[in-house]
Design a protein around this ligand. Structure first.
Ligand SMILES: [Cu+2]
Length: 184
């Protein structure tokens, strides 16, 4: 009988220790908030020609030598060879679940960071190179769901809580700007 009681005390002690260890581990986890990863949006809009069409201050490019003229952007897209200066970097991102994505627009004009089921065209048909507008981009900024994914030049968009798996992201204005995010 005595042995049984001792065993019980020992077992209880072990359980208490396990509890303390668990609590300590949790505390450590809380000390390390979810990490962040950055994606940048880039473009080469030429302020003179873009703003002549789209209004003053539409293109505020700080990149030295950013000189893709408004008409040339459309010409290249229509020819199926869209300007590579319009780009998300990096093209593929591997994240652990819990990581927050920070998307920074370092280009001169607005972009969107929009998750799509399948890559395709955005909401400006003349920039789509013949691809149909994907449903997630339909309606442009009059669609609140699209507007929420907009990033203005010089600002950033936080994307927390991406679920495990593969996420396809594109810009609904310049649909050749694409990122694949893999969350493990
Ligand atoms: Cu864009």
């Amino acid at each position: 009988m005595k042995i049984t009681v001792e065993k019980f005390v020992l077992l209880a002690g072990c359980l208490m220790l396990a509890d303390v260890t668990h609590a300590l581990a949790q505390e450590k986890e809380n000390e390390n908030p979810p990490s962040v990863a950055q994606i940048v949006a880039l473009d080469e809009c030429d302020p003179a020609t873009f703003n002549a069409v789209l209004g003053p201050d539409f293109c505020k490019n700080v990149a030295l030598g950013a000189a893709t003229k408004f008409a040339d952007l459309f010409k290249k897209a229509a020819a199926g060879a869209p300007d590579p200066g319009w780009d998300f970097e990096p093209d593929t991102v591997h994240l652990k679940k819990g990581t927050t994505l920070i998307v920074v627009d370092q280009g001169g004009e607005p972009h969107t960071f929009t998750e799509v089921a399948h890559y395709g065209g955005g909401f400006i048909p003349d920039l789509n190179g013949g691809e149909a507008t994907v449903p997630e981009c339909a309606g442009g900024f009059s669609n609140v769901a699209v507007a929420k994914t907009r990033i203005l030049q010089g600002s950033q968009l936080l994307v927390p809580g991406l679920s495990k798996g593969e996420h396809l992201i594109e810009c609904c204005i310049h649909p050749w700007m694409r990122v694949k995010v893999e969350v493990k």
